[in-house]
Design a protein around this ligand. Structure first.
Ligand SMILES: Nc1ncnc2c1ncn2[C@@H]1O[C@H](COP(=O)(O)OP(=O)(O)OP(=O)(O)O)[C@@H](O)[C@H]1O
Length: 364
C-alpha cells in the first residue's frame, strides 16, 4: 500500500528509509533524533527528500528521478501533531468542519455525527479551543484529521504533551479509530507502552535507518539494547482465562504457562500483552520453593551475553522469548550459559495495571 525508498540529508543527519507498509496502525518507534518526524514530514509532503520514491496505493507521490512531487493537499493525508494546532478563533464544530471544507464533495467519506460520537465530542462542539483541556484538544485534532476523509493518517507523538492519566483516557479513542475507520495509520512514538498497546505493526528506527520491521511484540521483546530512556522488558502474549474473585487475581494463559495479574475487568477470552520489566525477573536453577512469586516460566537459556556490568540472558519458555539480567557473580555462581535450564520468577505486582494491554483486532 505504501512503498517508501528515500534518502534525505539535513545538516549532519542522513535518513535512509526503505519500507513497505500495509494497513493497520504501524508505529515508527525509536529514540529521539532517529529520524521519525523527518520521515513523517516527507510522507506528508512538508519536506522534499533529497532522493527517492514514494508510492501510495499505486499513486506516485514522489519520484526525484522524474522530478515529480505531489503537493500535500493532493495526497489526502490526515496529520495529527504533538500539540493539537486547532484554529483558536473557530469553535470545535468549525474546526471539525474545516477538515472537510477543503475536500471536493464527492471525496467526502466521513460524517460529522460519526466522528463526534466516536471521539465523544458532542458536549464540546460550541466551545473555542481556549476552553478545552489538553486531552480534549487532542481529541478534536483527531476528529479534524478524520473529517478530511484521509487515505493515510499520520500521528506524530499525539500524546506526548499529555500527562499519564490523560494519555490513558485518549488511548481508547485511538484504538477506535484504528479498529473502526479502516484508514492506515503511521504513528510516531518513543513511548513503549503506547506502542505495545496500539500498534499492529512496528518499524524500529535508529540513527536514520529502519533496523527492524514486523510484529510489535517480537520487536519490542528483542529490543533489549538500552535505547534512550526505555527500560528493557518482556512483552508476554496471553489470553484471559479466569478471574479469581476470592484473592483478587486474574489468570491468563500464555505460551510459557499461567500468568497471574492483579484483578482486571477484562472479559475471559480477551487477548492481552503484558509488560514485565527485565529488572523484576529472578532467575533460579533449582526448585524454587517457599517463595511468594506466583509467576514462573521455565526453559533453556538460548543466549548469555555481557550487558553493562552484568549478563543478559535470553530464555526460551515454550516459545515465549524472555530476557532477564543477572550480575556476573550470579551468572558464575549458578553456572549460567547457553543450554542451561532455568526458572524465571516474577511477582504479580511487577505487572503494573497500565502494563496490561488489549491486543489490536486482527493482530497476530
Ligand atoms: N532542519 C534541519 N536541519 C538540520 N538537521 C535537522 C533539521 N531537522 C531535524 N534535524 C536533525 O535530524 C535528525 C532527525 O530528527 P527528527 O526530528 O526526524 O528525529 P525524531 O526521531 O523525530 O526525534 P524526536 O523523537 O525527538 O522527535 C536529528 O538529528 C535532528 O537534529
Amino acid at each position: 500500500m505504501l512503498s517508501v525508498s528515500v534518502r534525505h540529508v539535513q545538516g549532519a543527519f542522513t535518513l535512509h528509509a526503505d519500507l513497505q507498509l500495509d494497513g493497520g496502525l504501524v508505529a515508527l518507534f525509536g529514540p529521539s533524533g532517529s529520524g521519525k518526524t523527518t520521515l513523517v514530514n516527507i510522507l506528508a509532503g512538508l519536506i522534499r527528500p533529497s532522493h527517492g520514491k514514494i508510492v501510495f496505493a499505486g499513486e506516485t507521490w514522489v519520484d526525484t528521478d522524474r522530478k515529480l512531487v505531489i503537493p500535500p493537499h493532493h495526497r489526502r493525508i490526515g496529520y495529527v501533531f504533538q500539540e493539537g494546532r486547532l484554529f483558536p478563533h473557530l469553535t470545535v464544530r468549525q474546526n471539525l468542519r474545516y477538515g472537510e471544507m477543503l475536500l471536493a464533495r464527492e471525496a467526502r467519506r466521513e460524517n460529522l455525527d460519526r466522528v463526534v460520537e466516536m471521539l465523544g465530542l458532542s458536549a464540546l462542539l460550541p466551545r473555542l479551543p481556549s476552553a478545552l483541556s489538553g486531552g480534549e484538544k487532542q481529541r478534536v485534532a483527531l476528529g479534524r484529521a478524520l473529517m478530511a476523509s484521509p487515505r493515510l493518517l499520520l500521528m506524530d507523538e499525539p500524546l506526548s504533551a499529555l500527562d499519564d492519566a490523560l494519555k490513558q483516557q485518549i488511548l481508547p479513542y485511538i484504538e477506535r479509530i484504528r479498529d473502526e475507520v479502516g484508514v492506515p495509520i503511521l504513528y510516531v512514538s518513543h513511548a513503549r507502552d503506547e506502542v505495545a498497546r496500539l500498534a499492529t505493526g512496528l518499524v524500529l528506527f535508529e540513527a536514520g535507518r529502519a533496523t527492524a520491521i514486523g510484529a510489535p511484540g517480537a520487536i519490542l521483546e528483542t529490543v533489549a539494547r538500552p535505547m534512550a530512556g526505555l527500560p528493557a522488558g518482556n512483552f508476554i502474549e496471553g489470553v484471559i482465562c479466569r478471574h479469581h474473585e476470592d484473592d483478587g487475581l486474574t489468570e491468563a494463559r500464555s505460551p510459557g504457562g499461567p500468568l497471574f495479574l492483579r484483578k482486571t475487568d477484562l472479559p475471559e477470552g480477551t487477548r492481552v500483552r503484558v509488560f514485565v520489566p527485565v529488572s523484576d525477573i529472578v532467575v533460579a536453577t533449582g526448585p524454587a520453593e517457599g517463595l511468594s512469586t506466583l509467576n514462573r516460566m521455565q526453559g533453556p537459556i538460548v543466549e548469555c551475553s555481557e550487558e553493562g556490568d552484568g549478563m543478559r540472558l535470553r530464555v526460551n519458555c515454550q516459545g515465549q522469548l524472555m530476557i532477564a539480567d543477572v550480575t556476573r557473580r550470579s551468572a558464575q555462581h549458578l553456572g549460567l550459559g547457553a543450554g542451561r535450564q532455568v526458572t524465571l520468577l516474577f511477582k504479580t505486582v511487577s505487572i503494573a495495571p497500565q502494563g496490561v494491554f488489549h491486543k489490536a483486532q486482527g493482530e497476530s
